[in-house]
Design a protein around this ligand. Structure first.
Ligand code: MRU
Length: 359
């Protein structure tokens, strides 16, 4: 498999990203659930394309792909022990700006570039360290979030709702919010997960449902607009989602539709929990108003599975993300902490507040 696609049958490589023989191998998330296909990325152009086309997606995963992309560039631009740092920095800038919203991408690329003066091996070592760290970070944040939910519903099985995909495909290991859901299920605590399909690109239907099926967690898929009705009917005890960027005050950018979920959850007194690594925090931003929200192609909305479903020339509003105000968020769990925006702002935690668990 060189510079292209390979359909993998058995055994499936489990890692969503890896470094192999001087190239980056990723699960092609565009092909799921129909096909478990790997992409081998040999050039920075291919890495940028994989990120922009969502072959690789999810905030931690695009960060890791970006860091490995810097390693790829460093090897390509090294001869006789000399690295053309300017060329690598130019590639790094392209990688960093492939998608604007998830801060993990710029963070990881910057971290990899930080080792550039030591040569390609050091850049690759840094990227591989980030891959290893992501596994630990996922596990710790997921367990912390699972503890939080268990503390709120002691001894009771819970009905959860999630949006987009925050699992192993979106990270290097078990995932963030989906990692917590799978952890809760392994503890025997999950009755059912309602999975928003996540229009327009169906990360919930295509990827999260697939991952939950793989993990043996009971789920039902619903259209995004059914989520509020499910809450009103008492079908949801807690909402768990991931994040692409978190401002210093706890405002959270995540997949479009997250804000609406948070509003509905607040209306029904349902805890709304965000699970994300510390690398998703952007503490240089005081609040979410400064977060750049990616707008994607209109065809994602006007076409469905290659068929036009809107009048030719229809104008489209297609933001890939929205920003949920901190006041609607019950808790944000990372590998290091549980941040409760309402507590930190000194406002009442409200009906959806989660019980105290060790931070
Ligand atoms: O456009 P996507 O699919 O990359 O959006 C992904 C999300 O919004 C996820 O919820 C977020 O990146 C967290 S992944 C652990």
């Amino acid at each position: 498999m060189k510079g292209g696609r390979e359909t993998v049958t058995s055994p499936r490589p489990r890692a969503s990203l890896s470094w192999d023989d001087g190239t980056i191998v990723v699960v092609d998330q565009r092909a799921l659930p129909g096909e478990y296909r790997m992409l081998r990325l040999e050039t920075v152009d291919q890495v940028v394309d994989a990120i922009t086309s969502l072959a690789v997606r999810g905030a931690p995963a695009i960060g890791l792909a970006g860091a490995l992309g810097v390693a790829l560039s460093a090897y390509r631009h090294c001869s006789d022990g000399m690295t053309d740092e300017a060329a690598v920095r130019s590639d790094a800038a392209r990688l960093s700006s492939a998608r604007p919203t998830a801060v993990n991408l710029a963070w990881a690329v910057r971290r990899a570039v930080g080792r550039l003066a030591e040569g390609p091996e050091a850049v690759l070592a840094e990227a591989m360290t980030m891959l290893d760290e992501d596994a630990v970070v996922n596990r710790t944040a997921a367990e912390r979030a699972a503890d939080l939910v268990e503390a709120q519903f002691p001894g009771e099985p819970v009905r959860l709702l999630t949006h987009c995909n925050t699992g192993r495909l979106a990270t290097a290991a078990v995932g963030t919010a989906l990692g917590a859901i799978i952890e809760l299920s392994e503890r025997g605590r999950v009755t059912e997960v309602l999975v928003d399909e996540t229009r327009p690109l169906l990360q919930g239907a295509r990827l999260t449902a697939w991952e939950l099926g793989e993990a043996g967690v009971p789920y039902r898929l619903c259209v995004d607009s059914a989520a509020a009705a499910a809450m009103a009917q008492g079908l949801v005890d807690c909402v768990l989602v991931g994040a692409d960027r978190i401002a210093a005050n706890g405002d959270v950018a995540n997949k479009i539709g997250t804000y609406g979920l948070a509003v509905a959850a607040a209306r029904h007194g349902i805890p709304f929990v965000v699970v994300a690594p510390e690398s998703t925090w952007d503490r240089e931003l005081a609040d979410g108003s400064g977060i750049v929200v990616e707008e994607r192609a209109s065809t994602e909305v006007t076409d469905f599975a290659g068929v036009e479903v809107a009048p030719a020339g229809a104008a489209v509003f297609n933001p890939a993300f929205d920003v949920t105000p901190a006041e609607l968020i019950t808790a944000i769990a990372s590998e290091d902490q549980v941040f409760r925006p309402q507590v930190s702002q000194g406002t009442s935690p409200g009906a959806g507040s989660l019980g105290e668990v060790p931070a």
